[in-house]
Design a binder for this molecule. Structure first.
Ligand code: GZL
Length: 326
């Protein structure tokens, strides 16, 4: 409940600065500011709130820029509407954090025809023509998934059968596609690994708690939970506790989670989560640097990856957990 209130408070703070048309981080100083239209996925997770904070903090104190953020509430249609509004408003630059990979060809073409540069941030878009966007900055999600399965390979002897319960994020989002691919490829390689079920958690705590609770009513034979983000993991932990199933170090269920937010790292330090795979949301400054490079005619690579790692109870300290920004 505390976590839900903290996300709610963060989202409320963001919206109360927004008004109904989006969040402006600077008054238009007689049209002199370089106006950036930013279509954000939503406010579905601690990761997303931290990502929004990073973007806003990067631009809000710089009078040269005005960031207008529209929250799509995890609906791609809302992103299309926001982008078309940005085009009508004649913004100088557009940033899109796409909900899902498919369906972007038309609206990216409209942006291109309007002559507005665009950066794809966080997840990716599946379009044939990469010229439709300047660059895609975000995580290497397949590497994240491979870090998780490599850890599990170290943990599980070749002759031990394991049942893996797979909690998936928003279907069609790059983070879901790639983290799922890493697991499914590993299961195909290991005859002793079995995915007992794939549940849809949509990257939210509430949905994960709902589907886990329903699943655990009939199935309690789980050895590993592979959960594609921390907020779904928190919901799953609550459902496991209510079902009387132990987890973490020495528990029945080993927990693998993605994002490595401070709260998940605290659980990891306390032995309740076995592996936290980092997914860094704090790339506001890097995005601003890319925009400035563009404005100064400096070439920009088509893909920019952020640095990330993986943490276990054995390799993190309380000091490290306390130092986390998100
Ligand atoms: C990952 C990001 C994912 C996070 C989730 O870059 O797209 O979306 O892992 C968030 O927490 O909802």
């Amino acid at each position: 409940m505390r976590r839900f209130c903290s996300i709610l408070l963060s989202v409320a703070m963001i919206f109360c600065m927004a008004g109904c048309t989006g969040i402006r981080t600077a008054e238009s100083s007689a049209g002199k500011a370089y106006v950036i239209g930013f279509s954000q996925v939503g406010s579905e997770s601690d990761w997303r709130v931290a990502n929004t904070r990073s973007m806003m903090a990067t631009f809000e104190d710089d009078p040269e820029y005005e960031l207008i953020m529209e929250n799509a509430r995890q609906q791609q249609e809302n992103q299309f509407a926001a982008v078309r509004k940005f085009i009508l408003e004649g913004v100088d630059f557009i940033i899109i954090a796409p909900t899902v990979e498919e369906g972007w060809e038309t609206v990216l073409t409209e942006i291109h025809e309007a002559g507005i540069p665009v950066i794809i941030m966080d997840r990716s878009v599946a379009v044939d023509d990469e010229a439709l966007y300047l660059t895609n900055i975000g995580s290497d999600f397949l590497r994240q998934g491979n870090l998780a399965v490599e850890w599990l390979e170290e943990e599980i002897p070749e002759d031990t059968q394991i049942k893996i319960l797979h909690l998936q994020g928003t279907i069609g989002a790059t983070a879901q596609i790639q983290r799922t691919k890493a697991l499914e490829d590993a299961v195909a390689k290991h005859a002793n690994w079995e995915i007992s079920s794939q549940l849809y958690g949509d990257f939210t705590e509430a949905k994960a708690y709902e589907v886990m609770t329903a699943y655990l009513r009939e199935n309690k034979d789980i050895d590993v939970l592979y959960s594609e983000n921390d907020n779904m993991t928190f919901g799953a932990m609550r459902a496991l506790e209510e079902a009387g199933i132990t987890y973490g170090n020495g528990g029945q269920v080993k927990i693998i989670t993605f994002d490595a937010t401070r709260e998940a790292l605290q659980y990891c330090h306390d032995g309740k989560i076995n592996l936290c795979v980092e997914c860094n949301p704090l790339f506001g400054p890097r995005v601003k640097e890319l925009i400035e490079n563009y404005r100064n005619g400096i070439p920009i690579p088509k893909h920019v990856y952020v640095d990330e790692s993986a943490y276990t109870t054995q390799n993190i300290t309380q000091e490290f957990v306390d130092s986390r920004e998100y």
